[in-house]
Design a binder for this molecule. Structure first.
Ligand code: ADP
Ligand code: ADP
Length: 239
């Protein structure tokens, strides 16, 4: 797994809005971190900066061996191949099967012609089956993504990220649209991925309760700044 280091990172969007303000953090490899804050506090800017989707304005950001701040297109593409992203709202191809959606996670490692022909390599299939099994939906392999429940769709998105054999999983509000029991199931899956595979997991949440239960370390954000950094279990609503 990879560690992540930020040193005085500021992100200013082209319209002048400050997304992150002088953020310094050290996230050791193998950590499980919950990032908590109200809407607009900078959680998703933080995550999108880590995979190079949002450029760093000043400061230094290192993800694994890559210095993301100042990295060129080729380095960022290589970086993204090693990061498993899980978004709110699943971003699955609804008409495609669960297996096809999960194998998209292998695209960076697969020649385009194989993908177009559906000529998946045995290794890719194995990785997909293993990932689907670890989130409990292997039996849905050939179902259409659009026929699954919200919780199942989010698990497909997690399985897709896992199939990449990522060094880091970044999950941006993965449970925001799910009912509480389903949200617990998905958070439990992320926790197990961290514990059993040792993958560094960062998850954005707006619910403090879930962070307390599943985040070993909690980073609290407000107006682009880190306002809390400590054990999730002891964070209070006032922090
Ligand atoms: P959160 O994920 O906690 O809701 P965001 O990181 O999305 O917070 O937003 C942090 C700040 O950056 C907010 O003020 C938001 O309006 C602003 N912001 C986010 N994305 C953009 C963008 N593409 N252009 C301009 N401002 C943005
Ligand atoms: P739905 O999305 O229709 O609510 P889910 O399949 O997401 O249904 O989950 C239903 C229940 O089963 C939830 O309470 C969830 O916590 C639990 N569950 C299902 N699969 C898993 C799993 N792999 N890990 C943990 N809990 C699970």
């Amino acid at each position: 797994p990879w560690g992540i280091d930020l040193d005085g990172v500021t992100v200013r969007y082209p319209n002048g809005t400050v997304g992150l303000k002088d953020v310094s953090l050290s996230i050791p490899a193998g950590s499980m971190v919950a990032i908590v804050g109200l809407s607009g506090s900078g959680k998703s800017t933080l995550i999108r900066t880590m995979n190079g989707l949002v450029p760093v304005t000043s400061g230094t950001l290192r993800v694994g061996d890559t210095t993301v701040s100042g990295a060129g297109g080729a380095a960022l593409r290589a970086l993204r191949g090693e990061i498993g992203m899980v978004f709110q709202g699943f971003n699955l191809a609804g008409r495609a099967s669960v297996l096809q959606n999960v194998l998209v996670g292998r695209l960076a490692h697969t020649p385009l012609w194989r993908t177009l022909l559906g000529a998946y390599r045995e290794r890719d299939r194995e990785l997909a089956y293993e990932a689907l099994d670890s989130v409990g939906i292997l039996q849905k392999l050939y179902a259409r993504a659009s026929d699954l429940s919200g919780g199942q769709q989010q698990r497909v998105a997690i399985a897709r990220a896992l199939t990449q054999q990522p060094k880091v999983v970044l999950a941006d509000e993965p449970v925001a649209s799910l009912d509480p029991p389903t949200a617990h199931g998905v958070m439990g899956d992320l926790r197990r991925i961290n514990e059993e595979r040792g993958i560094t997991v960062l998850v954005n949440l707006h619910l403090l309760d879930l962070a307390r239960e599943y985040g070993v370390r909690m980073i609290g954000m407000r107006a682009g700044e880190v306002v809390y950094d400590g054990p999730a279990a002891s964070a209070s609503d006032g922090d």
